[in-house]
Design a protein around this ligand. Sequence first.
Ligand SMILES: [Zn+2]
Length: 470
Amino acid sequence: MITSPIASFPEPYPGECFGGVALRFWELYGASAPRRFLFQKLNIRLSDITGIPTALARIVERIPSYSETSIDSLLEKHTAWPFYRPFLTDSSLRKAWKKIVQGPKGSMQLTLGDAASRLSIKRGLQICVSCAAIDREIVGRPFFHIEHQLPGVVCCPIHGTELLRNRDVWRVLDRLDVIVDSTSPIPASNDELKLARLASSLLSANLHCIENDLVVGSYLERLRSLNLITKMGRVRYGELQDRVAQTFSQNMLIRIGGAGKDAQNWYHSILFRPDRSHHPVKHLLLIGAIYGTIDAFQGALMQRELVFNTKKDAPPKRDISVDVRRASADTGKSFTQIADELGLSVTTCITHAKRQGMNVPSRPKLLTRDLIRRIGNLAAKGISAKTIANDASISAVTVYRVIRSDRAIEQSWKQAREQVARARHRSIWSKKMGLSTQRGVKALRQRAPATYAWLYRHDRDWLNTHKPIA
Ligand SMILES: [Zn+2]
């Protein structure tokens, strides 16, 4: 298992999906094909790119700029987790949470009920051409929005145009600019827009796991007021299904596999099998048909007075301190063992143990004043953290910590590192150019994508004057 720190994992853009961030990491540093590079470096697989990533603790603890709350904020802001979470049962929620934080690696499909849902949901990364144009203006490049990757969604909730789907996830970044430039937006149908907007507001409503009784109770109450339940208490499924089809369209229901008898069973299952988790898209169809909007649905939930307040009821937010104390209570386990068991980093574990007043055996301090000064001097020369770590026989994480603890050192280190990187990328680019004078920029760019990306972002003037004459 690789444990070395990753100093320069890209900062996610607002609303960017985790998969997109990982692909940008490849773009910046990838020396081999993206699938191989991401697997070898971060154990990231296809399902982490197109779905909700798993075993995140292993990745997050290697990124020095991230803290122990980073998994939460990654999940909240950069994955579809807030979309799935509200409708999971307690046990699915716990299972899913464990898999996301701790692993094992692998697709979340089973845990979240995607595979068993009988919905036909296509995988891949999607992009909106109009959003891409805006992103270019704002951050300088198109990127993948989480809002566009929600299951069942094929349309941009803002622009109402069809999303472009790229099934070849591993090569999409290479061609992103070309794809975006060569496509004009196509308006999507009204019902697709409705679903996209419902999905997007479910994502941003940021609901925590809603108690199943509350959800089902609200649904039944609403169905009763719409006269979709008989006096005898039977749900009129046929009429309910018609209402769903009118709200959206038969075509759309066929597309996602929700037409006919099957869908009637979904609604029956949602209403009378609260022990199971049902796919959020099924809930969305129902909510769309009987409430119209997520806001109205949320209002109904609140009216039932079992008010859920995002803070009050956040369930899977576990209390790490308690976990740590419990895990260390019985035996003389080491903190490394406990950390492993709980899917946390050792540092996090020890921080919490100290907070709980537990006795933490301290290690002898290796970091003397002299050593700190030496690290500072080496850093100012732009020497890589790894080399400094080797030289001083300490871990690279410690080196980063020392560098980060002093603004001046950090600044000069960054500048010096940038100079080193500039020299390296310029030389790679020049060499590639010399080898293939016949090729255009595009071909060259494909041969050295990371170098191109670096120069494009940090050294564009130079790049513009160092292009092959095509
Ligand atoms: Zn858009």
